[in-house]
Write a protein that binds this ligand. Structure first.
Ligand code: FAD
Ligand code: DLZ
Ligand code: SF4
Length: 516
């Protein structure tokens, strides 16, 4: 007779570390791990093929890591007979077949999945224990306490707390270098740098190749291609990618953080968000390694501080915001924007060179860096009044690092200001001048970035003023927008009307599905 299984430990596709709270007291002799590839997760939005490949392959490699540690793993592949294709269905099947005494799982990163899990205690006749996700440096409760009844949830103050709490870049109780934030030094455009090393790539092994075939066969109409997949899928490789970033790219991270170049989609960015979000890298260990690079004189403070801020500041902060404001947050629509996403969001086929470039890279790589997401696609969506919920689903689909807890606040809050300013103090709206200053996209664009209105003028220019004009009731009292509104007010009525007309003509073409 085989021994009775104590716990069925469910490990989700973005929980790929032995330090998950669900696995912390797991006993290979008494417990059984369940991992499952389910169509429901792959299709509730149509995730990019490279994203699904990354997740399934990383899951399969992690299952091997667990087996190497002696764990019994019930791993359900997408095409296995009997796969019910949902988490609930797979947990039920495993309970029926293995008869464990209890289910243990770490809370998921999405409200949708949490809702399903909360029903499991009623659905199944054994106890279901849902544990906190202790990978984050600030727990949901701690964030709620920090938010308290503050009037504004200013990220910068949260970040300072996190610096104090972690001791990162601290000199006693003072920030290293005498300032908390060196962002002012990180807003430079970039010139092509032929000597910048290439980011590491990880050719697929046999396990990944079979996932690539599966994904192509099962999800033919999802964005992109599994071909050309070069993400790391094993923990050792993710750690190599992190070491490579610290050695080769961190020193220049600050300077080029906001820059965009046609021939350099990655610049000095780390390309580590995927691995952090899947559990293949530890956020604190990564920040400590970056701090060491500063202390040893290998990387300047503006770069290291900027990098650490993204992780212990923004990354932790958006997770706190997500859980604090869900479920209502997902339906936020401060500007009541309703325009559907244009078809070129899925093809990249537009004459606007900046959008064609960023969407093209997204289709190719399932990646775009922060400023591309914020100031090209996000900025365009904001100015053109695209439906924020549809935009949120697009971002969730197309980026390999997109999980709702991090994607949603970035889209709804930071990029679209659809939450009315819970997360940001002003919308990230910019005309073509910003894009021209920070990138080389405008050279060779069919549109002229210096022309303000009329056929042939950069559409961002008229859309920018039209956005401010049509939302004046909601924005004109915002002190951070005092300057542009003062400029708008000073403009002659005739000029204003030309801007409005230009924007209207562009939006009419967009609505009619004509080429833009
Ligand atoms: P780097 O530029 O090297 O930054 C280092 C790390 O800091 C990242 O790996 C990431 O973990 C963290 N980080 C940086 N900025 C943010 C931020 N604003 N919020 C949270 N973490 C941050 N990030 C995601 O991980 N998933 C998403 O789905 C996602 N969607 C976004 C949508 C929009 C509209 C915007 C504006 C930003 C979004 N971000 C998202 C944040 C950021 O763009 C990505 O984390 C970053 O581009 C990932 O690339 P990287 O690893 O090269 O980052
Ligand atoms: C995103 C994703 C996809 C595409 N597929 C799976 C899957 O088949 N099995 C799985 O365990 N997880 C998958 N995930 C990640 C889950 O959607 C993720 O755990 C939730 O979004 C909660 O964060
Ligand atoms: Fe984009 Fe306008 Fe520059 Fe063209 S001219 S690349 S549309 S900002």
């Amino acid at each position: 007779m085989t021994a009775k299984i104590r716990n069925l430990v469910l490990v989700l596709g973005d929980q790929l570390t032995l330090s998950m709270s669900s696995l912390q007291d797991a006993d290979p002799g008494r417990d059984r791990v369940l991992m499952c590839e389910v169509a429901e997760e792959a299709t509730y939005v149509r995730h990019h093929k490279k994203k699904i490949t990354l997740i399934f392959s990383a899951m399969r490699h992690f299952a091997d890591e667990l087996r190497d540690r002696g764990f019994g793993v019930r791993y359900v592949k997408l095409d296995d007979d009997g796969n019910s294709n949902s988490f609930t269905g797979e947990v039920k099947r495993a309970i029926d077949e293995l008869k464990p005494q209890a289910v243990v799982v770490t809370e998921p990163g999405e409200w949708r999945v949490r809702q399903a899990m909360d029903r499991w205690s009623d659905d199944f006749d054994i106890p279901v224990e849902i544990r906190d996700d202790t990978r984050f440096l600030c727990s949901r409760d701690d964030f709620r306490k920090w938010a308290g009844d503050r009037r504004a949830l200013t990220m910068e103050f949260f970040y300072r707390e996190m610096r104090r709490r972690t001791g990162l870049l601290m000199d006693g109780d003072k920030p290293c270098g005498g300032r908390w934030n060196f962002d002012a030094e990180n807003r430079k455009p970039a010139a092509p740098d032929l000597f910048r090393p290439a980011h590491p790539t990880f050719p697929p092994d046999a396990m990944t190749r079979s996932v690539m075939d599966l994904v192509e066969a099962r999800f033919p109409d999802h964005m992109g291609s599994a071909d050309g997949f070069t993400f790391a899928v094993r923990r050792e490789d993710c750690e190599r990618a992190a070491d490579d970033f610290i050695a080769n790219f961190l020193p220049g991270f600050g300077e080029t953080q906001d820059a965009m170049l046609k021939d350099d989609p990655f610049l000095n960015h780390s390309l580590l968000s995927f691995y952090l979000n899947l559990g293949l890298l530890d956020a604190m260990a990564l920040c400590r390694a970056a701090e060491r690079a500063y202390l040893e004189g290998h990387a300047p403070l503006n770069a290291v501080e900027g990098f650490i801020r993204q992780i212990i500041g923004w990354r932790e902060y958006v997770r706190g915001v997500y859980w604090l404001f869900m479920p209502d947050y997902v339906d936020s629509n401060f500007f009541e924007a309703e325009r559907p996403l244009p078809a070129f969001f899925w093809t990249g086929k537009t004459d606007m060179a900046c959008l064609a470039q960023v969407i093209g890279e997204t289709i190719e790589n399932a990646y775009a860096h922060h400023i591309q997401r914020l100031m090209i696609t996000g900025n365009f969506a904001l100015l053109a009044g695209l439906d924020p919920h549809a935009l949120h689903e697009w971002y969730l689909e197309v980026y390999a690092d997109a999980f709702e807890w991090v994607e949603l606040p970035n889209v709804i809050g930071m990029s679209q200001f659809a939450d009315g300013g819970l997360l940001g103090t002003k919308p990230y709206a910019a005309s073509g001048a910003y894009i021209s200053r920070m990138s080389d996209y405008c050279k060779g664009c069919r549109y002229d970035v210096r022309a303000k209105t009329g056929e042939g003028a950069c559409p961002f220019n008229a859309l920018y003023w039209d956005f401010l004009d049509r939302n004046a009731d909601k924005l004109s009292a915002n002190r951070r927008l005092a300057q542009p509104y003062a400029t708008w007010r000073r403009m002659g009525e005739e000029k204003k009307e030309t801007y409005r007309q230009s924007a209207r003509a562009f939006l009419e073409r967009l609505d009619a599905g004509l080429p833009v």
